[in-house]
Write a protein that binds this ligand. Structure first.
Ligand code: ADP
Ligand code: MG
Length: 250
């Protein structure tokens, strides 16, 4: 589904990613771990198409399509969706209207008509109940005055409605208490299926107790220096990141 090859990325003249390779197949959950500043957020942002990143070398293919040639909207319509570490507030735009507009844009891209209002209301109520969000959040401006945990739940709500092919989640666990993390993890787990892939960026192992990944990668200084199964996350929790780096340069 996703193939990242030899990716080099520069931000404001600073080289962040230095030859990163990553392959993700449909049905898989991958976790990217690594110390602060390693380039984890940069990777997900570049795949999603956020401005300000210069790809100086390498390729990103999504279902065989050259992602770097696609506008951010095209990427979203193709089924790439990034949940933010710091979700932005959009004053003046009602949450429910954003959800509806985004869903209808996707449907239009697939040649489908707008979702009938009753069907949309049913869907959105059902999914917000799953995320333990009071219906009043749908009528508020997007993320405005939401607590950290509410913003994260709202990010997952968007994913439950939009059903991306590749869902990327950047530090979705940061700032969450244990109950909120379980709700978020349950939401993410409900997205798991054979046709969808999930890329979790996380600093901490604890999220991976709730969303058990198929593959774990360690990103240090702009490169993936080690990959393994879910046990690698436990080993990192115990031993930190330094040994991985030492092993990789040895
Ligand atoms: P991580 O998510 O692994 O903590 P990031 O991808 O956020 O790492 O950042 C990697 C490095 O790139 C950091 O040193 C960060 O300061 C730098 N960086 C990211 N965005 C910018 C930016 N817009 N301008 C300057 N430096 C940036
Ligand atoms: Mg980050």
């Amino acid at each position: 589904m996703l193939e990242v090859k030899d990716l080099h990325v520069t931000v404001e003249d600073k080289v962040i990613l230095k030859g990163l390779n990553l392959t993700i197949n449909a049905g898989e959950v991958h976790a990217i771990m690594g110390p602060n500043g390693a380039g984890k957020s940069t990777l997900s942002a570049v795949i999603a198409g956020k401005d300000g990143y210069e790809v100086t070398q390498g390729t990103i293919l999504f279902e065989g399509q050259d992602v770097l040639e696609m506008e951010i909207e095209e990427r979203a319509r193709a089924g790439l969706l990034l949940g933010f570490q710091y979700p932005i507030e959009i004053p003046g735009v009602k949450n429910i209207y954003l959800l509806k507009a985004a869903l209808n844009a996707q449907r239009a891209a697939r040649g489908e008509g707008e979702i009938p209002a009753p069907e949309f209301m049913k869907l959105v109520r059902e999914k917000s109940t799953d995320m333990k969000m009071d219906p009043s959040f749908l009528q508020r401006a997007v993320n405005e005055g939401f607590s950290g945990g509410e913003k994260k739940r709202n990010e997952i709500l968007q994913m439950l409605i939009l059903q991306p092919k590749l869902a990327m989640l950047d530090e979705i666990d940061s700032g969450l208490d244990i109950d909120a993390m379980k709700v978020v993890a349950d939401g993410v787990n409900s997205l798991r299926n054979a046709d969808r892939a999930i890329l979790l960026v996380t600093h901490y192992q604890r999220l991976l107790n709730h969303i058990v990944p198929d593959h774990v990668h360690v990103l240090v200084d702009g490169r993936i220096v080690k990959s393994g199964g879910k046990d690698l996350a436990l080993e990192l929790e115990e031993r930190g990141y330094d040994w991985v780096l030492e092993e990789s340069v040895a």
